[in-house]
Structure formats: structure tokens, C-alpha cells
Design a protein around this ligand. Structure first.
Ligand code: SIN
Ligand code: CO
Length: 410
């Protein structure tokens, strides 16, 4: 299998604007996203042969279709500081985080190594397009698209993830072994999270264009069978309730800054002489109770803005660069009439009813109706063209453009 170096790269299409959610999709082996969500999502694995029909068509006409990203481009990304990469070697097991000097990387033809690249949707348009196919799953659940490239025998070892993941085979073949075993104990002697015991229940060899969906906690091991084997994994996070409540409470505490009356000091003109001065005064307890009731701190609606802000935070490694020569507010408004403004690939946008959260901030707060509608379009369509936008100077939209969170498609 060496010919795929010379093959035509597969060019993934952008998903259509309105995804047909109750029609059969090849990506799910002829079932609809509705049916996939009901029968498989977060429940059981699904193997799809020919999930990307272009690969099957090419094979049938004796052509080779290669990954949209060449092995060479991936090796170049491994030395880029802005790309999160890892190198895992399996004989013996070793783990290193990037970036890497070119010389310290294994040669493509060597065995038993794999390079992993997180957040690839930010670094290559083809990865962003593949991600767009899955936009029937809430944005709040999406983590990123990871790409692995491996030499023969390469893999990360038998393990489990806490994530739902779609494993798309893009180049070469990979053998997948999976197990729904209950024993998920890890081998304490290894530098990687590798299962102590792995009792294989199913085994498949995936060819380019095949896909395997795995819900969380299914033990799995993928071993590369070909030089330059590429697997593209679309991963979905699910935060713990502890994380959500801690983050929500923390932001709720911060939001008390906006309530000036809370600066008033506790006053106790009704305090009587006490025989138990060590006890917290009842007067303080009663007044606090009144305040808590008044602020409705026990109601979910108070938490959701903070939780939305948290879930809209970009990845830690995200890096935004404002425009070199920024447009003035007037030029910005004019440009919006003819060019689409889009979220930078590392920008996260979430909506909570009419409120929009971008990269951890409630960007609709205190904005005009027009700007709020512009953000709603960016959240739902991931694009904005707006001919009649009035003054944008000082708006959160213009600020987000200056920060590099929003960019014009040239
Ligand atoms: C890989 O692509 O090599 C590993 C993906 C995974 O097992 O989660
Ligand atoms: Co995994």
C-alpha cells in the first residue's frame, strides 16, 4: 500500500445548511441522524462500512483516494508550537508532547509509532468541513477533531475514553478491537493510560472511508496496518456535574459584583445581649436567608448563564491574533455588507435562548437588537452577512473582530 502517497486527496464537502435529520445518511450506514441518536448515541458502538462513499467509488474504479491532509503536511504541523501534538511509541511504550524538531520524529516507514494532533479543525479547512457533518449534535458537546498518523503497528494501546467518538479512517487500514468489558483498571507501570486487561469482543479492519462510532467507556485498541495510516476522530466532551456546578457557582459569585446593594453592611440594631456569644448570631442567619431568597440563588436560571459562558470557553491552547491592520468601525460595517464574517475556527459560540456566549463572554449583554441578531446568526449559521447594519463601533461584534474571534472570509 504505497500508492496512496501519489493518490488524489479526498476533498470533504461542507455539510449543507439545513441538515436533513430524518433522511438516510451514508455516514451512518443508511440510517438518519434521528435514528442514529435514538439507537446508538451514548449507548452502543456502530461500525459503518463506506461511511464516505467517495472512497468506495474510487476503489471500485481502481483509483486511490488519499487523505485530504498529506503525511508531509502533518509532519510539518508536528514542529508548529501552535499545534497540540503528541508522539506515542509502542515498543516499548513511550509518550512525548510536541512540538517536535523534525529530526526527532520517526520516519514514515518506521514501525510502532503514532503522532496525534488535537484541534485540527483550527489548522486545516478539510478538518473543519468534516466537523460540519456532525452539526446535529449540540455544539456544547463538541470537543474537537483529532488526527492520528501512524507507522505500521502504531497505536495508543488498549484504553477507554470518557468521550463519544467517531473514528473515521482516512488513509491506510487500521485494525480495531473493542470490548464492553466492565474492568477498566489501568496498568500503573506505563506512562500512558493503558488497560491492565483487555478482553477483545469484536475485531474489524477499517479501510479508508469506513467509520466506527464508540460511546464512552468502551475499551478499544486501534493498530495501524499500513504506513501513514490516518484516523480522524471527532470527539465529544461531557463535563461532570461537579465541574458544571463548580463553574456555574463560581461565575454566579462573580456576578454578585453587579449588585451594588450587596455592598451594604450587615446591621444588627435588634441584637439582644447573648448568653452564647460564640454562636453565629441568629439575626445574621435570618438576614442572609432573606437575601438568598431575594437573589433566587437556588434557581437554575441563575446558573445557566455561567454554565453557558463556561462551556463556550475556547480550548486552553486556542490562540487568537487580531487583524494586522484592523478596519475602522465604518469600514467594518461596509465590509459586512459584502463579505461573510465567521467565527475563527477556535472560537466557540453557544446560545441560551436569546443570549449568546462567545469564548466565555456574554456578548449580547447591553447590545442593540441588531447586534444581538447578528450574534444569533453567527451562533446558528456560523456566518454573518449583513447589509443594513448601523454603527458597529464599540459593539461586542466589532470588539470580537478586533480580538480575532471573528474573521472575514476573504
Ligand atoms: C488513534 O487515532 O490512534 C486513537 C484514537 C482513539 O483510540 O481514541
Ligand atoms: Co480512544
Amino acid at each position: 500500500m504505497t500508492s496512496f502517497y501519489l493518490s488524489n486527496p479526498y476533498q470533504p464537502p461542507q455539510a449543507p445548511k439545513n441538515l436533513p435529520l430524518n433522511e438516510p445518511w451514508a455516514l451512518f450506514g443508511g440510517i438518519s441522524p434521528d435514528a442514529f441518536m435514538k439507537q446508538y448515541w451514548h449507548k452502543k458502538p456502530l461500525l459503518v462500512r463506506g461511511a464516505i462513499p467517495a472512497f468506495t467509488l474510487a476503489r471500485n474504479s481502481h483509483e486511490d483516494l488519499g487523505s485530504p491532509i498529506s503525511a508531509e503536511s502533518l509532519f510539518n504541523l508536528a514542529s508548529d508550537d501552535l499545534v497540540e501534538s503528541r508522539l506515542i511509541q509502542s515498543k516499548p511504550w513511550s509518550f512525548e508532547s510536541g512540538s517536535f524538531k523534525k529530526k526527532s520524529l520517526p520516519k514514515l516507514a518506521q514501525r510502532d509509532w503514532t503522532l496525534l494532533f488535537q484541534g485540527m479543525e483550527a489548522h486545516h479547512p478539510a478538518a473543519a468541513k468534516v466537523l460540519s457533518w456532525f452539526r446535529f449534535i449540540p455544539d456544547a458537546r463538541l470537543d474537537d477533531l483529532m488526527i492520528s498518523i501512524a507507522g505500521i503497528g502504531g497505536g495508543v494501546g488498549p484504553h477507554f475514553d470518557s468521550y463519544d467518538v467517531f473514528l473515521i479512517q482516512m488513509s491506510g487500514r487500521r485494525q480495531w478491537q473493542v470490548s464492553a468489558q466492565k474492568d477498566l483498571s489501568l496498568n500503573p507501570k506505563l506512562p500512558l493510560k493503558i488497560l491492565q486487561n483487555f478482553a477483545v469482543e469484536h475485531e474489524w479492519i477499517l479501510e479508508p472511508g469506513d467509520m466506527l462510532y464508540l460511546p464512552p467507556h468502551i475499551a478499544h485498541d486501534g493498530i495501524s496496518l499500513d504506513t501513514g495510516c490516518q484516523t480522524w476522530s471527532v470527539g465529544f466532551r461531557s463535563p461532570s456535574f461537579k465541574e458544571l456546578l463548580q463553574e456555574g457557582l463560581w461565575r454566579l459569585a462573580e456576578s454578585l459584583e453587579d449588585i451594588p446593594e450587596l455592598d451594604h453592611k450587615f446591621a444588627d440594631p435588634k441584637q439582644r445581649a447573648s448568653k452564647q456569644p460564640e454562636q453565629l448570631p441568629l439575626e445574621l442567619i435570618m438576614q442572609l436567608e432573606q437575601k438568598l431568597k431575594g437573589l433566587k440563588l437556588d434557581q437554575l436560571s441563575q446558573f445557566l448563564p455561567g454554565i453557558s459562558a463556561y462551556l463556550s470557553e475556547p480550548k486552553q491552547q486556542a490562540y487568537f491574533n487580531g487583524p494586522d491592520i484592523p478596519l475602522t468601525p465604518k469600514q467594518f460595517t461596509q465590509r459586512l455588507g459584502s463579505h461573510a464574517l465567521a467565527p475563527h475556527p477556535q472560537t466557540r459560540i453557544l446560545a441560551l435562548n436569546q443570549d449568546i456566549f462567545c469564548n466565555g463572554e456574554r456578548v449580547t449583554k447591553g447590545q442593540t437588537g441588531q447586534i444581538q441578531r447578528a450574534w444569533a446568526s453567527l451562533a446558528s449559521k456560523k456566518a454573518l452577512i449583513c447589509k443594513d447594519l448601523k454603527e458597529t463601533g464599540g459593539s461586542s461584534l466589532y470588539e470580537a473582530y478586533l480580538c480575532g474571534w471573528l474573521v472575514f472570509n476573504s
